[in-house]
Design a protein around this ligand. Structure first.
Ligand code: ADE
Length: 337
């Protein structure tokens, strides 16, 4: 990689990183969660002990990784991270044996960690030790290696996919919820000041972006960055309310914050399947993988009442028909009497 590209990437990372809050105080919203974490963190610090293992649960983009980093900052220890699906037993052993006392090990998508890797985590979490095979084949010996007192912070969009015994080994379980428009507006204001160079944005434009962020901080940040580009090229660089509206229209984000992918999902469900379909058929029809549908598209549609999950499949609700301009299913049904 050329030096110039490397410098650009580093500068980019720095931009992204500096947008993230570094302390609980700077983290916007999730008030009860912050209070709980404040108590657990300060109790552990007073006792000079490691924090209990923490499971962060919630839809994508609500700040689980940011919170994990904040927990590490507040505890003052090291931070190591890993991604669940790709981890093998040996990778886990290498990571665990290199941890120092008080370190946070953050595992994203922990529900996608292989079952046998999850199981090898149990003694590490409970007794701070790990069994390692020495030699190969059936005659291999097992040695038990002691570990430092670390804290595992797991993040998941699907708590139910973690086995019961694994869930129970997390002493602290936290569920993040969607943000209010007010909270997101405050974050957009902060992001615009922290960007390099800072971007000028009208209050009404902040509100417009906030209302179309689907209660999700990551979407708010991405909308701001996209609209900033639009304002730079198509206007003076200032994000006025008019420029924000024009840009959102250009990027196909509607008044509720739904993007083309959300609308394709709903219109396919309504038009192709008369409003009711199974996950597999829907996934094929919209050319999207089942996991993205379940973990990214559906949670917000469920939250705003556009969709319900029933034993006979996904069902589009009345407000979804109205939003997309389809006649309500009741009106469309033929009358026999
Ligand atoms: N970035 C991600 N989550 C955030 C939050 N809750 N407040 C501010 N910035 C964030």
């Amino acid at each position: 990689m050329s030096k110039q590209v490397q410098e650009l990437l580093e500068a980019y990372d720095e931009t992204q990183y500096s947008l993230r809050p570094q302390t609980l105080k700077e983290f916007i919203g999730q008030e009860t969660i912050k209070e709980r974490l404040h108590i657990h963190i300060n109790a552990a610090k007073q006792r000079k002990q490691a924090l209990e293992h923490i499971l962060l649960v919630g839809p994508p983009g609500l700040g689980k990784t940011t919170l994990a980093k904040i927990i590490s900052n507040e505890m003052g220890g090291g931070f190591k991270s890993a991604v669940g699906p790709t981890m093998e037993r040996l990778d886990l052993a290498t990571i665990l044996t290199n941890l120092e006392a008080g370190d946070i090990l953050f595992v994203d998508e922990i529900h996608r960690m292989k079952g046998y890797v999850q199981e090898s985590m149990y003694p590490a979490m409970e007794d701070y030790k790990i069994d390692l095979p020495v030699g190969q084949g059936p005659s291999a010996d097992i040695i038990t290696v002691p570990l430092s007192r670390f804290t595992l912070v797991g993040a998941t969009t699907r708590e139910g996919l973690l086995s019961g015994p694994f869930q129970n080994r997390f002493g602290i379980r936290i569920h993040l919820g969607y943000y209010t428009d007010d909270e997101i507006q405050i974050a957009i204001n902060q992001y615009s000041n922290r960007l390099q160079p800072p971007v000028e944005i009208e209050e009404k434009a902040e509100r417009e972006l906030a209302c179309r962020s689907r209660g999700t901080m990551r979407i708010a940040k991405n909308l701001l960055l996209n609209v900033r580009d639009y304002a730079t090229v198509k206007s003076t660089g200032v994000i006025t309310h008019a420029v924000a509206q024009e840009a959102l229209e250009f990027f196909s984000i509607d008044e509720l914050g739904l993007d083309k992918g959300d609308r394709d999902y709903l219109s396919t469900l309504i038009e192709k399947f008369s409003g009711r379909a199974g996950l597999k058929s829907l996934a094929v029809a919209v050319s999207e993988d089942e996991r993205t549908i379940e973990e990214v598209i559906e949670p917000y549609l469920l939250k705003i009442g556009f969709l319900s999950l029933t034993p006979t499949g996904r069902v589009a609700a009345d407000p979804a028909y109205a939003h997309l301009g389809f006649p309500s299913p009741q009106d469309a049904q033929p009358t026999f009497f």
